[in-house]
Design a protein around this ligand. Sequence first.
Ligand SMILES: *Cc1c(COP(=O)(O)O)cnc(C)c1O
Length: 237
Amino acid sequence: MSTISSKLHNVGATIKAAAQAAGRAPDSVRLLAVSKTFGPEAVLEAMKAGQRAFGENYLQEALDKIEAVAQAAPGVALEWHFIGPIQSNKTRPIATHFAWVHTVERLKIAQRLSEQRPAGMGPLNICLQVNISGEETKSGVTEADLPALARQVAGLPNLRLRGLMAIPEPEEDPDKQHAPFRRMRELLEQLRGEGLELDTLSMGMSGDMAAAVAEGATIVRVGSAIFGARNYNKVKE
Ligand SMILES: *Cc1c(COP(=O)(O)O)cnc(C)c1O
């Protein structure tokens, strides 16, 4: 039987083995369970197995789910991460209902999130999404524009710039998965060299989490390996 709980366990074991093979402490990598397209019951099941951090891409779906889970499990503190494309007219609910945003790629969005972060919630944790495979259609800031954006976002009052995020081109050959992740680590090191205090590399998904961990991922975002195949028909954006 392959339940969410047993799949979570397997993903945890994969991460741990990859970390140890790279000489890293297993607890230096956090697992973000990506629950998009799955209902509150899937989140509750993962929660019962000990998972606390969840990633969502579609705002309306996420808000409904956050509310439903809070009602079903009052008193359990979950950490919600927004990992989808951000429209500028949707920044307020994102600033209000999430602890992290991984997909900031423009200063204007960061400024709105900072202005709209409710007082008393503490800073919103931010990763800048980098267009690491360099395709024109992909989201993310270019490597050339990254340093300036990082400096500007780091200066915003209600945000805490934590690091970088990327979704490389899908690559099935595990040996070829490493290069973009290695480049991400170099980019993070460069920004640190400029004095920015960054501690996060959000990279690696179901198909490439081991390569990402080998290259220094501190958050892996894993969906289908935990919850199964997705059905997008019912998604509410
Ligand atoms: C859907 C998604 C994931 C999870 O992908 P899987 O291949 O199902 O693990 C991770 N990151 C982002 C940004 C996503 O949109």
